[in-house]
Write a protein that binds this ligand. Sequence first.
Ligand SMILES: C[S@@+](CC[C@H](N)C(=O)[O-])C[C@H]1O[C@@H](n2cnc3c(N)ncnc32)[C@H](O)[C@@H]1O
Length: 345
Amino acid sequence: MSGVGNKSTNGVMRSTVQMLEFHNGLSMAHLLSVIAEIGVADQLTDGPLRVEELAERTGTNVGVLYRVLRAMASRGVFTEVTPRTFGLTPLAATLRSNVAGSLRDLFRLQGRPCMQEVYAAIGHSVRTGEPAFEHVHGTTLFSYLTERPELSELFSSAMGNVARQVQRPVIDAYDLSGVRRLIDIGGAHGHLVAAILSRYPEMRGVVFDLPKVVPGAADVLTEAGVAERAEMVGGDYLRAVPAQGDAYTISHVLHQLSDTEAVTVLTNIRKVMDPLGRVLVIDPVIPEGDLPHPGKFMDITMLMLAPGRDRTELELAGLFEQAGLRYVETVALSAPSSLVVAMAT
Ligand SMILES: C[S@@+](CC[C@H](N)C(=O)[O-])C[C@H]1O[C@@H](n2cnc3c(N)ncnc32)[C@H](O)[C@@H]1O
């Protein structure tokens, strides 16, 4: 039997086509970074433009820009509204700057050579279990950022924009009435504290992050009108955290830490928290089995960038226990991340 056209050949063909699509994903990821960097989506805010105009505005080769946008439009990022004229789609709109849910800085960050080198070294992580970032750059992600203010700013902006989207459902899903002093560990530029204090007018808040990062929260807290009820504290969560909070949020931080580091941070919180207080972890929670979940790939990013990992509910509960905390509940959210609650007693 030749096998041409039979069921099993069709099955092989389908697998080949699907695998080639994954292969094309490599180009797509790089193209998203380039298109984000040159700001194509911002140019289309007022409506579609001919590719000649877009190329002139972005300083690109018109023939190549057309081929790039055509390829991306075939995946729903931009649309060719009439021949050689492109407009935004909901996916492309996320590449604009200064809009809620902007992913532009995330893709710009991914396109930086220092990050591309890390992606290229993923094999090192797979072979050794060590972060490719440290293998390539000889230092940890955060000490590297501390020495490079412009990159650090881009990193905080990228994280802040993602965080605002991912954290909103958390704020909607969990009642924080009665909390007097909320402390956000690794709070970056204060977006979470700003959003929570805006919702709860009696609450006071603390943004705790590295000394060089935390001043960046001032504008966000002022813009939200909560600066008078908020403090900014610089420090190292592996050494100590601010005391006497009755709620500690820790968003997208545990997953960048090894188990040992995560237990250290949680223990540091437990030692100084209000005995009746709560620890609110916001992180992806990995489901068991083959179910698709964005956290399964975020986990790989953590593998490359830091000694961290994304964890199952059981694994998080194990960390709480080692830190003298008690797992209480997981609030499943529509976002890629969930809220996991622990208490000291
Ligand atoms: C991935 S970002 C998460 C930021 C924010 N919480 C969010 O949900 O987007 C991790 C944060 O941890 C901070 N960080 C890293 N090492 C730290 C340390 N040793 N002590 C305090 N903060 C630290 C970083 O500066 C960064 O703002």
